[in-house]
Design a protein around this ligand. Structure first.
Ligand code: SF4
Length: 447
């Protein structure tokens, strides 16, 4: 169990020098406990205390990362069973299977789909995260060629045929810090040595909870901690699901350190039907798969799964927001309406959809209200006349339109006179309260 802020505070120097960026040691301790800071920011904590704190405050499920730079994938790091208890830390990573038994054309088409199926939603970039490259026809050269082709495209999970094969694979892609996959209890020592050599994490085949505990104990005895459990390799969804639910419960509730590692599962092996694979993936994602391997990516299945992932892994204590800015809807020009709203993502989606429905191109101005909806933001003083006026002045909308008319949400009609006072060059037009009335309202628009 992670340490509380007060427990962490006991280890700090208590001089309140503020060099860590916050005013007091207690505030710093609270930030560490909340996962917003780490001990490296305080220059006065000894290495020994750092180690003690890292060990004592480590999440029950270890965080493991693979890939490098902007392709790095983090999995695990979880400390709760339900997101409302705190939040889930690292979203389930989605991988695409590439095998040496497939033709070059098939693999090339998959690689294209991996690169092209990218989306943006509420300011978040969505897409698959890694390639799972498997040698399943014992052809080492094909395997090495495939690895060479994709090693710089995304994070990799490398599933070799045997340890020798894995060693050769690492000469090609070891610098990309892949997740090395497929170690069994018998060859664990060799795989651990190889993973250590390249500072890579290692996925071990976990056929059951007892098998997983045994392998984890052996790996820890070898001084290796960056483990991932490769689960459900037998191709049974229910077995995989049971494993991850029981392992998470054991790690979080019973503090079983031997089961506190991320999990890698294979919807690609659970069903040949792609729709079923993605359905299985959504079930496993909700509880508690750290990474999933799909046989193929298709937009009609991938996008709903990515949206579900975004919702599951959003911090429930922070509303989903849109970045502040001016969004162009349709072919907007200097005569198009300028419509103002808040940055609560749900409001953005509803209002922007109604603007699109109107077929009237518009400049949609989103002001940062810290994720609060229009009326709540107004009540909290974050959507008041002075803050709106200050943002309109710096937003750049004055350079985009010539009419100087600002449409505000109907719910803040009481601010219209105040906004005009703050923005004497502008005429404020009160829009409808209900977004559904926007299409009819905008159709009447005259600059
Ligand atoms: Fe305390 Fe260290 Fe922060 Fe100084 S830098 S306030 S000693 S935690």
């Amino acid at each position: 169990m992670a340490l509380s802020g007060i427990e962490i505070f006991k280890y700090l120097p208590k001089t309140n020098c503020a060099e860590c960026g916050v005013a007091t040691c207690l505030a710093f301790a609270m930030n560490i406990a909340a996962g917003k800071a780490d001990t490296s920011k305080c220059p006065y904590i000894s290495e020994q205390v750092k180690e003690t704190l890292a060990e004592a405050s480590a999440p029950p499920v270890r965080q493991v990362s693979f890939g490098i730079g902007d392709k790095e994938v983090k999995i695990g790091g979880e400390s709760v069973l339900f997101r409302h208890e705190r939040r889930f830390e690292n979203q389930t990573a989605i991988g695409l299977l590439l095998t040496t038994s497939a033709t070059r054309e098939v693999n090339d088409a998959k690689i294209v789909s991996f690169k092209e199926l990218r989306y943006e939603r509420a300011g978040n970039k969505l897409g698959a995260d890694f390639f799972f490259v498997e040698n399943n026809n014992c052809n080492s050269q094909d395997f090495l060629d495939l690895l060479a082709k994709v090693k710089d495209e995304a994070a990799l999970v490398i599933c070799a045929d045997n340890l020798q094969d894995a060693k050769e694979a690492m000469t090609i892609a070891g610098q990309q810090k892949p997740l090395l996959c497929g170690a069994l209890e018998d060859d664990l020592e060799g795989y651990v040595a190889l993973a250590k050599q390249y500072s890579c994490p290692l996925a071990v085949v976990a056929l059951s909870l007892s098998c997983a505990r045994k392998i984890a104990q052996k790996a820890l005895a070898l001084g290796f901690k960056d483990l991932v459990f490769s689960v459900g390799t037998g191709g049974l969804l229910n077995k995989g699901w049971e494993f991850i639910v029981e392992a998470r419960n054991a790690a979080v509730k019973d503090k079983d350190k031997l089961l506190g590692f991320p999990t890698l599962l294979y919807p690609c092996a659970f069903s040949k039907e792609l729709s079923c694979q993605f359905l299985d993936a959504s079930i496993l994602m909700a509880k508690y798969a750290s990474a999933l391997v799909m046989s193929e990516l298709k937009g009609e299945f991938l996008y709903p799964l990515l949206t579900a992932r975004l919702n599951i892994f959003t911090d429930p204590q922070r509303p989903l927001t849109m970045p502040q800015g001016i969004y162009t809807i349709g072919d907007a020009n200097e005569n198009s309406p300028a419509v103002l709203s808040c940055n609560f993502a749900l409001t953005y989606f509803i209002v922007s959809a109604e603007i699109e429905n109107s077929t009237v191109p518009a400049h949609f101005i989103i002001k940062d209200t810290e994720g609060l909806s229009v009326l709540t933001a107004w009540a909290a003083g974050k959507f008041s006349a002075d803050s709106i006026a200050a943002y309109i002045k710096k937003s750049g909308i004055a350079d985009k339109v010539t009419h100087k008319k600002l449409i505000i949400p109907g719910y803040i009609s009481m601010e219209s006179a105040n906004i005009e006072e703050e923005l004497p060059d502008w005429q404020v037009v009160v829009g409808p309260q209900d977004a559904a009335a926007l299409p009819a309202f905008l159709k009447q628009w005259r600059p």
